[in-house]
Design a protein around this ligand. Structure first.
Ligand code: BG6
Length: 468
């Protein structure tokens, strides 16, 4: 590619994190059990090195230090999430201790000169609500809207940047379609029902936000968005019509579903029709159209780790009777991050940006997560004890930033870049296996924070906006 080595001066750099992966303090400040705690309690062996959800990366004790590190690296913002299971009690009423916890956390961010961006849900449903049907239940969807309204009322004067969900596609897939995450369901139709429930919950929360803003409860300059792991879809060279059909459905479920929702307040009709043709019917009510129309956002977060490469499936139904719309296509030229099993394809960010420019030209967005998780960072250290990660972490980030710079030069409305983790954190059932950070968390020394070799590089880039 040609050189695109500078980012606009108003382009922001920041950190992406989540409550359940950082906070720890799982039984303090009135926090109730969430699905990660329940799975950890049920089967700690399912978590890498038997490290369950309880400790996060101990941010509760390190918050001042962590925000200070972000600021020193040149990051002006950090997105984390409020845990529903901390802010609300088991009657879905505000937990005052939880509220204080987050007021303190956001104040610490601001004291360090870092703006907190707040997301309301990061795969972390309170367990009692999962037991009442989770996202398949309207009661739970409405409970989420109540929680969101409560958060807006509590923090509405403090927070400018809000998000309803992180990666709303992941729970339907991981918990209900592939059965990898508790409660381990493998039912395609239920997964889409869950997806639909989250979709309604998003729209109800945006509606609550607008109402709160009109009433002056939320600041006038606040904005709300949605964050998803959009996966630019690709298939083989010289595709058949069936390959293109696989691309259409993958793109439809993972990308267009959410993009139509947040720009038009509708869902893609071609996807709904194909689902219905395969016996998958969404539990739509007549009044839902009105609810969905409220789902239009002010801006969007794009989490990017890898593209989706698909082809026509070898079978149309799996052994459990689930419809199959696509199967993975292994691109012979793929460069892999073997630790995570994800393809590294920086140009995907540019391709997504060009799709956005063409199909959704008015919507502003930012790269809300990107990063590389390497198993134990190979534990290679220099004489001073710092992890030597520059050889792989720097080119990964540099290449992605260059494609972002090029997209911006060509008119994409990409406003910033948040690196995932920045400080190593707990990654679901992979726990601390794959390390993403520019800063190590040393588990053997009480979660001590130790900058890695790459920290110097990203700091220079974030301060100068030159992609070195
Ligand atoms: C994103 C999530 O999918 O990717 C994060 O928003 C997650 O929660 C990150 O940690 C990296 O993925 P993983 O599975 O390696 O932790």
């Amino acid at each position: 590619m040609t050189e695109h080595d500078a980012l606009p001066q108003d382009f922001f750099f920041g950190a992406a994190l989540s409550g359940p992966q950082t906070e720890g303090a799982w039984q303090s400040y009135g926090k109730i059990e969430n699905v990660w705690d329940t799975w950890s309690n049920l089967d700690l062996g399912a978590f890498h090195n038997r490290v369950g959800s309880y400790g996060g990366n101990d941010m509760t004790r390190h918050a001042d230090e962590d925000f200070g590190l972000f600021a020193r690296l040149g990051f002006s913002s950090a997105r984390t999430s409020i845990q529903w299971s901390r802010l609300m009690d088991e009657n879905n009423q505000l937990n005052p201790e939880g509220a204080k916890y987050y007021h303190r956390l956001f104040a610490k961010a601001r004291q360090a000169g870092v703006e907190p961006f707040v997301n309301l849900y990061h795969f972390d449903m309170p367990t009692y609500l999962l037991r009442r049907g989770g996202w398949e239940s309207r009661e739970v969807v409405e409970a989420y809207a109540t929680y969101a309204a409560c958060a807006f009322a509590e923090f509405g004067q403090e927070i400018e940047r809000w998000f309803t969900f992180n990666e709303p596609i992941v729970e339907p897939e991981a918990r209900y379609e592939e059965g990898r995450w508790y409660p381990f369901v493998k039912d395609y139709a239920r997964a889409r029902k869950v997806q639909y429930g989250i979709t309604l919950a998003h729209a109800l929360a945006v509606d609550a936000f607008r109402t709160a803003q009109q009433a002056g409860v939320v600041r006038e300059d606040a904005r709300i968005g949605l964050i998803n792991c959009f996966t630019p879809p690709y298939t083989r060279e010289n595709p058949t019509a069936a390959d293109l059909e696989a691309v259409r459905m993958t793109d439809g479920i993972n990308n267009r579903w959410w993009l139509d929702l947040v720009t038009k307040g509708t869902l893609p009709q071609d996807v709904i029709n194909t689902l219905a043709e395969h016996g998958v019917r969404l539990p739509m009510r007549a009044s839902d159209e009105q609810i969905l129309s409220r789902g239009v956002v002010d801006w969007l977060g794009f989490n990017y780790y890898h593209p989706a490469r698909v082809q026509a499936p070898g079978r149309s139904v799996d052994e459990l009777g689930n419809p199959v719309f696509a199967e993975p296509y292994v691109w012979p030229d793929a460069v892999m991050n073997e630790s995570r099993g994800w393809e590294i394809y920086p140009k995907g960010i540019y391709d997504f940006a060009m799709t956005m420019r063409r199909d959704y030209p008015d919507l502003e967005w930012f790269v809300s997560e990107n990063g590389i998780g390497i198993e134990e960072d190979h534990s290679e250290r220099d004489e001073s004890g710092r992890i030597r990660d520059a050889a792989y972490r720097v080119p990964f980030v540099r290449d992605h930033l260059r494609w972002i710079a090029r997209a911006i030069d060509e008119g994409a409305k990409c406003r910033g870049y948040h690196y995932w983790g920045v400080i190593d954190c707990w990654s679901w059932n992979n726990a601390f296996k794959n390390r993403y950070g520019f800063v190590e968390v040393d588990l053997a020394h009480d979660y001590a924070r130790v900058p890695k070799e790459s920290a110097d590089w990203i700091s220079r880039v974030a301060h100068t906006h030159q992609i070195l």
